[in-house]
Design a protein around this ligand. Structure first.
Ligand code: NAD
Ligand code: ZN
Length: 351
């Protein structure tokens, strides 16, 4: 089969590789129908994720059709079209029982890390993929939800919802600020709307993206390149700050910005993947009763979000800016990698 192989920092190729085979009784083999590229794949290609070794097939998102079952798989059948979660969960360990699938203790990949596809084992940017712990790691695609829509549920929608909105404890009437209007920030904006906030403020340096955020439910847009960005945000509150500030960029500056706009007793929910330490102004913050949360997505709300996508309460198609054929994945990487120029959000690849 063909697959997108990571060949070390800065190097990738679309090449012939052996087809995946069942290795554990709980595995299935899935023929990929639709997959997509994540910002994390770009981090990997820069060499920022050294746990990904040369030869690895990338990709942790996608929808496909089951073509082969391991001997222990009874609740799925050949021909089922499924959403592949970016997190593989054994379903039995202490963390899985708590719904903290991101820290699954199963031995596949590395015990304690739920994100293994396209990271520690071969991923979904291929014609076929082996999915471990299949019964607890894939979701049947219901009628009325397209594979493209389904692919938005592998990672971005659960991430924005779980680590942004739920950890941030967004509730009715809240003023919510989301810093970063990439696919993940937009997913946080779209799912914050499910809880009835009074305002959702999209903050980014990219004027096009904060304008786009309005179609995902943002009520206001603030360009953080403006000198008075903070005053603009505070003016959209009662002057005391936002109830919830969600960080969806992954750099020290934007995390600190969140701590500067949150009101006393509010919440800062960090979603961004950080590569550098962040200084926390505890000397100012300790007295403000704020809560700070962070984490790796669990995809434990994937099923709920899937229902909302099916009911058209979440417009999953809106995240997709470009479509390519799977074999044109190198071109898709190029377009996705130049998002500011190409206005790319999610690029989908169809088999
Ligand atoms: P992205 O790169 O597409 O979007 C980031 C946005 O931040 C861009 O629109 C960019 O213009 C904006 N930005 C950059 N610097 C800024 C600044 N100084 N002020 C305001 N905005 C700024 O990324 P994405 O795919 O949307 O992902 C967002 C973050 O979420 C990344 O760090 C990603 O790695 C992370 N992520 C986390 C999890 C998790 O489980 N916690 C899962 C998936 C992705
Ligand atoms: Zn587990």
């Amino acid at each position: 089969m063909k697959a997108l192989v990571y060949d070390g920092p800065g190097q990738k190729s679309w090449e012939d590789v052996p087809n995946p085979v069942i290795m554990q009784p709980t595995d299935v083999i899935v023929k990929i129908d639709t997959t997509t590229i994540c910002g994390t794949d770009l981090h990997i290609l820069k060499g920022d994720v050294p746990t990904v070794t040369p030869g690895r097939i990338l990709g942790h998102e996608g929808v496909g059709t089951i073509v082969e079952l391991g001997s222990a798989v009874t609740s799925l059948k050949v021909g089922d079209q499924v959403i592949i979660s970016c997190i593989s969960a054994c379903g039995h360990c202490d963390f899985c029982k708590q719904g903290v699938f991101s820290h699954c203790l199963g031995a596949e990949g590395a015990s304690g890390i739920g994100w293994i596809l396209g990271h520690l084992i071969d991923g979904t940017q291929a014609e076929y993929v082996r999915v471990p712990y299949a019964e607890t790691s894939v979701y049947l695609l219901p009628k009325g939800v397209t594979p493209r829509q389904g692919a938005m549920l592998s990672d971005i929608l659960p991430t924005g919802h779980e680590i942004g909105v739920k950890y941030g404890q967004v509730k009715a009437g809240d003023v919510v600020a989301v810093i970063g209007a990439g696919p993940v920030g937009l997913a946080a904006i779209a799912t914050a709307g499910l809880y009835g906030p009074s305002r959702v403020i999209s903050i980014d340096l990219d004027a096009n993206r904060i304008e786009q955020a309005k179609s995902f439910g943002a009520t206001d847009a603030v360009n953080s390149g403006d000198e008075d960005w903070k005053e603009q945000v505070l003016a959209l509150t009662d002057g005391l700050g936002v109830d919830v500030a969600i960080e969806a960029v992954g750099i020290p500056l934007t995390f600190t910005m969140c701590t500067e706009i949150v009101r006393p007793a509010g919440h800062v929910a960090n979603v961004g993947v950080h590569g550098h330490p962040v200084e926390l102004a505890l000397q100012d913050l300790w007295i403000s009763n704020v809560t700070i949360s962070m984490g790796l997505v669990n995809t434990n709300t994937l099923g709920i979000l899937l229902k909302l996508v099916a009911q058209r309460k979440i417009a999953a198609d809106s995240f997709i800016s470009h479509s390519f054929k799977l074999e044109d994945i190198l071109e898709a990487y190029d377009v996705f990698g130049r998002a500011a120029e190409t206005k790319a959000l999610k690029v989908v690849l169809n088999a």
